[in-house]
Ligand binder design. Structure first.
Ligand SMILES: *[C@@H]1O[C@H](CO)[C@@H](O)[C@H](O)[C@H]1NC(C)=O
Ligand SMILES: [Zn+2]
Length: 469
């Protein structure tokens, strides 16, 4: 009897330690140290590099653009996203119109494309939003399409992406295998409710430096700022720790440098919503008004009025928010986070980008084995220069398109369409007929060049040759 009991005890102990091991392994997977953008890059290049192209022909032959790795825009949206109202004197459109009415977001999961565990993970990501904001996510079935025409549809995909805000009708959040992690899903939901990337904010230059020397030239537009006219930051201060901020690894290494060095390895986190993420969502979706909180209610410091009309302030590690301490006096209740102002003139790099030969993605050796270095030279010169031994190729001189859809986009007239032409030209130099004429080493070229020093050299050469005879 006694031995049986101890045997049970041993088995129980074994089971517990086994379970602990499994949990630890799962934990490791979550904390493999990869940033948001690294995961997006590896998901996009799982089977090919085409998902890194700017332009894509989607279902029903719709032309779409994938900007900043994971935001899918149609051409109207791209032109608006890239617009510069102050320059073009265009009326600014705010993304407010793309909010979900009454903070209610219906979603559908294409169940055949996900495992039970994936589905639990997606629902877990919604919990983050529902715990801290007034956004409500309601799962609907495809048979409910008539009642919920506007909804998010989770589906499998090459790469991982979302549309920006509510666009009308079913809109995808695509989750490739690599992206089936809570933090990534929280990030993509951020785009779907209307968030741009933090590092694309109009005021980002006060907080980060974009190291363009580390980014292939035709990817420079991926690091554009969004014009102040099309977004509203609700006076929430720039946040290095936002879930919508990339690390410095998208399209290159060391591409984003934080002006406060201590934040360099904090950017690109995917643990969850930060305090300012939560505050922004609460303000953007009018959560205080929705909860009928008194309008005049003020919170100390950076605090905001949240659930149950309480004031919430930045929390301690592991907790993004905490109820604000009750202040006895009301004198300094609105101290704002000091805004960092640049006292020095911004450093303008006039030097041409130094050409560093390196791979931009981690899957290059596989592509090389598959013979892609020869088959797809333009893309490989962009992403796998080192592995494909294409270091000497000058991207600016290569008369090549960097995407399959280029001829279609060129013939649709996008090479000269205001708003997006810059983007198109960078991606499609060949189809947009921007290539420099190739200098052939023929005699006629030599004489047509009209370069006097060269003619002198030729004369000297002739004279020397004659003397030798
Ligand atoms: C793009 O989507 C918007 C909704 O965000 C829609 O109004 C517009 O007509 C679409 N444009 C194209 C070219 O499909
Ligand atoms: Zn994103």
């Amino acid at each position: 009897m006694k031995s049986l009991k101890s045997l049970r005890w041993i088995i129980a102990t074994l089971l517990i330690s086994y379970a602990a091991e499994i949990l630890a392994a799962a934990e490791d997977d979550e904390n493999d140290g990869k940033s948001i953008d690294e995961i997006l890059m590896s998901a996009a290049t799982r089977n090919s590099v085409e998902m890194l192209d700017l332009f894509h022909m989607m279902e029903e032959n719709k032309m779409m653009a994938m900007v900043e790795l994971d935001i899918l825009l149609n051409m109207t949206e791209l032109a608006r996203y890239k617009t510069n109202p102050s320059r073009n004197k265009r009326k600014a459109l705010r993304y407010g119109q793309y909010r979900w009415p009454k903070s209610k977001v219906p979603y559908e999961i294409t169940e055949s494309e996900f495992t039970g565990r994936d589905i639990e993970m997606i629902q877990d990501a919604f919990k983050d939003w529902e715990t801290y904001t007034c956004l409500e996510f309601k799962q609907v079935q495809s048979s409910d399409a008539n009642r919920y025409p506007d909804r998010i549809v989770f589906k499998n995909g090459d790469g991982c992406y979302s549309r920006l805000g509510r666009v009308g009708g079913p809109q995808p959040i695509a989750l490739g295998r690599e992206c089936r992690r809570r933090g990534i899903v929280v990030h993509e939901i951020g785009h779907a409710i209307g968030w741009i990337h933090e590092h694309a904010r109009p005021d980002r230059d006060e907080y980060i430096t974009i190291n363009y020397a580390q980014i292939p030239l035709n990817k420079h537009p991926q690091y554009d700022k969004v014009d102040a006219g099309i977004i509203n930051d609700f006076n929430v201060v720039y946040d290095y720790t936002s879930i919508i901020h990339y690390s410095g690894r998208a399209f290159g290494e060391g591409t984003i440098i934080t002006k406060k060095p201590t934040y360099q390895n904090k950017i690109g986190q995917r643990d969850g919503l930060s305090f300012r993420d939560i505050k922004l969502a609460n303000l953007m979706y009018g959560c205080a008004a929705m909860n009928k909180c008194p309008e005049e209610k003020q919170c100390p410091g950076e605090g905001y009025v949240g659930k149950h009309c309480k004031c919430y302030c930045p929390g301690s590690p592991g907790k993004p928010i905490e109820e604000c301490p009750i202040t006895t006096t009301t004198t300094t209740t609105t101290t704002r986070q000091p805004v960092i102002t640049t006292t020095r003139r911004p450093v303008i790099t006039t030097q041409p980008p130094t050409r560093v030969c390196r791979d931009v993605i981690t899957t290059c050796s596989t592509f090389k084995q598959d013979g892609q270095c020869q088959r797809d030279k333009a893309r490989m010169a962009l992403y796998c220069k080192l592995t494909c031994e294409l270091c000497d190729e000058d991207l600016n001189k290569m008369c090549m398109d960097f995407g399959d859809a280029c001829p279609i986009f060129a013939s649709a007239g996008y090479c000269s369409l205001t708003g997006i032409s810059e983007f198109v030209k960078a991606e499609c130099p060949k189809s947009c007929k921007l290539c420099e004429p190739q200098l052939a080493c023929s005699q006629s070229d030599f004489f047509n060049s009209g370069s006097i020093p060269d003619l002198n050299k030729l004369l000297i050469f002739l004279v020397v040759t004659l003397i030798k005879f």
